[in-house]
Design a protein around this ligand. Sequence first.
Ligand code: GLC
Length: 455
Amino acid sequence: MKFLYSLFATILTFITPLSSQNINEFAIPSEKVERMQWWSEARFGMFIHWGLYALPARHEWVMSNEQISKKDYKKYVEFFNPDLYDPSEWASLAKKAGMKYVVFTAKHHDGFSMYDTDYSDYKVTNAPIGRDLLKELIEAFREEGIRIGLYYSLIDWHHPDFLVNEHIHPERNNQQEIENDKNRDKKKFQRFLMNQITELMTNYGQIDVLFADFSYPHKKNGKGKSYWDSEALYKQIRKLQPNIILNDRMDLEEEGGWDYKSPEQFMPKNWVTFEGRKVPWETCQTFSGSWGYHRDQYTWKSPKQTIVMLIETVSKGGNLLLNVGPTARGIIQDEAVDRLEATHEWMKYNSRSIYGCTAAPDDIKAPDNCLLTYNPKTNRLYVHVLSWPFKTIYLPNLAGKVKYAQILKDASELKMGTKKGAWMDDVNKNDKGITLNIPVRKPNTEIPVIELFLE
Ligand code: GLC
């Protein structure tokens, strides 16, 4: 028993930051800690939203936003022929950018399967391209050593048994369709979800992540666990893929049927909590707002913002799932490639402050304009300097706790001092901080990182 306890504690320490080493604070069962270890260390993944909606190129919700009927939307099948699709190019881009896992839309809300399903004709193998694009993608990403995640929409705007009378369905204002709701069979729809999820969990080898999307039980005529039959789905997923990591959108929060929280296009203020406990979390983010390819959207985050987003996420103990929306010809657009290449440049020198890292212990405060990450295994602290100051960085609370300091980019030593400056009236005499003497010129990397080897 004692042995088991200490094994559990060791595993927990491994992925949990000092600040959460209190077991109760991060009270998750050991088998969950174990299966999430690779994920917690990976910190960075690629989301890919790709489907018929790449053709209208006006947001992946175009069907709902423009209230396009099933019949009219179907025309896109006839034109879906991504002749330039080369998933190995996508995989190598992801790998270079430093991404360790991918999450790909096997089926989005429009109901079109990007794989060869046995349970619908509304699938990619019936489009001109005629190939199982998901299968090819999985093979290419595995080849690069990238873990495989699937996005699967519970919502299905194409399925004849999916109720129309609710706030987001594309045919929500079509009286005839609403009328037909009385003939729709929920059980049939549930069987369809079960069948598709079963084949995704069976036919493609090991699936590392499932991103199910999404529940809205609190809306008028909303849909949640009783509509999807989430408990049955959950059991089936776990049975077929015991090590899979699941997001939190099947409406099984209270039952514990989830592994991580998934705040979307949002940067949480602190480590995300559930019922007062810190929990594993991942934020998914777009480069410019829409998930699917959107031709006319010009709100791109800068390369610097993208890198800061990654650092900030890890500084709060989370993962970043960064999205690309390829075109209907199968190309990841230049703006996205640009940013991924900038991430690559930065990660090439600085990834040590990301992988295996988490939030800094609570008693360490970040210097002005800096974000901290911490590697509990190596006991190193990383100071990300968002705006390079003149000659001195002051580190509160760290006197006597730092063995060695260097700039991560070139491993050049930074001298440390305790001199708080003859002119610094505002620094308390009993202060326990130290100063770092930094070069006047900002090191040549988007966000310089200082690596501190703690005692
Ligand atoms: C939302 C949207 C969807 C997107 C997803 C990503 O739930 O409905 O379009 O795929 O979030 O998190």
